[in-house]
Each structure stands twice: as structure tokens, then as C-alpha cells.
Design a protein around this ligand. Sequence first.
Ligand code: ADP
Length: 477
Amino acid sequence: MSKLTKVLFLASEADPFIKVGGLGDVAGSLPYALQALEAGLDVRLVIPFHSAIRAEGLSLAREAVFSVPRSGGEVPAQVFRTEIHGLTVYLISGAPITDSLKVYDPTPAVDGEKYIFFSLAALELARHLDWRPDILQANDWHTAAALYQVKRSQTDPFWRGVKTVFTIHNLGYMGAEAENVLWDYNLPPIFEPLLPPWARHQPMPLGLWSADAIVAVSPSYAEEIQTPEYGYGLETFLRSRRKRISGIVNGIDYSGWNPAQDDALTANFTADSLAARPANKAALQTQFGLERDSSLPLLAMVTRMDQQKGVDIALEALRISADLPWQAILLGTGSAALEESARRLESDFPNRVSAAIRFDSKLSRQIYSGADLLLMPSRYEPCGLAQMIAMRYGALPLARATGGLRDTIADGRTGFLFTEASPSVMAATLRRALNAYQRRAHWQTMQKSAMVENFSWERSARQYADLYQTLLTKNNP
Ligand code: ADP
């Protein structure tokens, strides 16, 4: 039997243990999908034992106790092991993790201490278990220090030759809060002239500098981060590493997002039984207090109310498009100013616009299953999940052609794309979409095309497995 390839997968959060954002979805799916490929991978997931993770219901075994060196005294760590759907998961505990109540603490310095400790403890765990990974897979700034430490340890036989992969889910968060802590854990700044001085001692750039391969969560985002508009000052350095950079689109969990079996819906349906879908639209119109008219196109947003998501662009585009027939529903929470703008649109168009300012998973499912169009005019979108979910549920995305939106939506076939982040351009695209909506047979063909697209994790996992294989066969230093 050939030897298994060992993959140590580090993340700050993973569903179902704990999920705050999209990274929790990824770390809660990709390791399982990799393991399930039967590609000879032995994947172990390591996450912090956050205070918010509920231990009851988990079958935990104490796996290891050790300390992580730090100036001013070693920091004790305890590691618990559990297994979920056949995947081994390690939860790392220690004062820097348990002292904080949140996965991402409101006090930045607390997160710095937490995640540098976690990154180094994860490496220490591998050594403690004498489980030398072939691949170290880190995600975002929280686990970047592990890559840097491995890069610095190439004279150590345990770490020499271990290949490192760093996935960027959002380049905007670099871990500036960890700057001072890095010194405390004996991780000095690097001298890299292509990095701006401020970046030479922050986890994200250190991880990018150290990694054998850099993955962005979509091919377009992989290109975009090499430009000044999206590169946050790292674009020059990233361009110098372009041969190491690739893009792999995230998947969605096909068992959890399935319109044929989703309990939240009024009517379940598939691409072959679209006739059942309008019952969901009618229920949605009632729920949002809108006229129950199946012929009116129902537009929707399900989003964090954040500058990134272009909520302001969408609200303005709707105002510009007031002469056209449509209804709009908004589900979202976040910035007070954007929430207020959404409420203002609602009060200016009481018969056509209805907003639910909250986080509501069940309602989001009902929206995906009943809306005709999902609006996603993001200013930037590394990958985006909402558009993939919408497509699977037969709601066509109308989105800005950026990052993962550009890579997952085919304009005119599975959705509608526009380039410029402006309300008038979005409004023109809305007009185009509403024309298409009037051609019922054409619209249904588009819905079916969107529903049968393959956004499974298996597809993404195969690309990661291929990347791991390439790294292991390539004899790069
Ligand atoms: P991001 O992670 O940047 O917020 P994504 O599109 O990758 O954007 O993922 C957003 C996820 O969060 C989707 O599953 C979407 O349905 C969900 N979501 C966003 N806002 C809400 C809300 N107010 N209520 C319920 N679900 C929401």
C-alpha cells in the first residue's frame, strides 16, 4: 500500500464546532472533502478550543500537554482530540485562547496573542505526536505564523521539506494586532525589500512570504490581489510570487443547501420540478407584506450590511429603476448607516420594498427559494457563497464581475454581471435582467442552467489535492 500524504489543516474556526464567517464553512467542509476523495490523504484539522465551543456532546480525549516557548515564561497548552465523520480534529486549549470570550476578540491585542500561540502550539502538537505532515495548510492571518515558523526551521529534520500552502480568504485582514506578540514568540521581522516596511512584521505577509504555494479563493481574486486596487499594498510582492499563486473557488455544502430537501421551504423543488417553486415566492411576498403577484419580479439581497457588499450601490440602483415593475426584499444586518438607508428605501417605497434587519438563516433559505433575482453588487468578493446558494435554489444572481462572482456566474446563462461599481450601471443591468424575466421560457432555461452548476466541495478538494501532489513531486527548495 502506498504511503498516505499527511495534511495538517489549521484554521481559526470550523463548522460545526464554531462558525463566525465564511472561513468556518470552508474549514468545516474542505478537510472532510479532501479526506473523502480517496486520494490517499490523511487530513487532521486543528482549531482553537474557543470558550464558545460547547464541549458537551463532543467525545473528547486528552491527547497532549506541552508548553510553547515565549519570552517571560513558557505558555502551557493542552490538546483534546475528537473525531467527526471520520476526520480527526484537535482542539488546542491554553490561556491565550480561553482568556478570550470571542473567536475574534474586540480587543486586537488579545487576538494577536491568541493566534500566534495557537499557530505555534499546532506545530508543537505535530512534533509531540511525532506526526510529521507532508503538507501544512494554513488559512488567513490567524494561522500564518505557523508557516513562518516552519520556514525558519528548515535546519530542523522534523520540519525540513514540509510543503506549506497558504489560502487567502480575505487579504484585508493582516493581523496587525499581532505585531508585538511576534517578538515575544521569537518570530523576528523579515527583511524583504518588496514588502512595505509595515508589512514585514505582520502575520499575513509573513505567511505569504513563507508559503510554497498561495491559494486565493477564486482565480479572479488571485489576479486581483496582484493589483493596487485589491492588493492592500502587497501587490508588488505578490506579483513577484505570481508563479506560486493560484485560485480555487470554495464549494457549498450540497447536503445542507438542497432545495429538494430543505425543511425551511414552503415547497421543495428540483431543476426538473420548477413548477413547484412559485409557492415559495408567494409565501415570501406574504411574509414581507408585499402584494402577492407572481408576475412581478422579486429582487432580493441577503448580506452583511457592509461597504464591501455594495449595499449602497444596490439601494441607489433600485431608486433609479423606480419606473420598472419589481418588488425588493432585503435581509441583512451590519453597518448602522446602511441599515438606515435600507429602512429609508422601505419607507419611500412602502408597497414595493420590505427590509428585515437581522440575521435569520431560515428566512435566508426562504428567500433563496422564492426570489427571482439575488442582488450582489460587491466592491470586492474573494469568493462569495450567497451567489452559489442562490443559483442552486433557482434565484439568478445579478452581481458585479469581481473575484468569485466573476468566476461562478456566466453572464446571460446563469445570471447577470456588470463591471463598474456604479448605481447607473447596475440599474442598466437590472433593466436587462427584467427584460429577460419577461421571456419565461428563456428565464426557466437560465434557472435550470444555474441549478445544475457544480459548486460541490468535491470539485474544490480535487484541485487542492492536485496542488498538494504537485508540490510534493516538484523538487522546489
Ligand atoms: P461573506 O462571508 O463575505 O459575508 P458570503 O457570500 O461568502 O459573504 O457568505 C455569506 C453567507 O452568510 C451566506 O450563506 C448568506 O446566506 C449568509 N448571510 C448573510 N447575511 C445573512 C443574514 N442577515 N441572515 C442570514 N444569512 C445571512
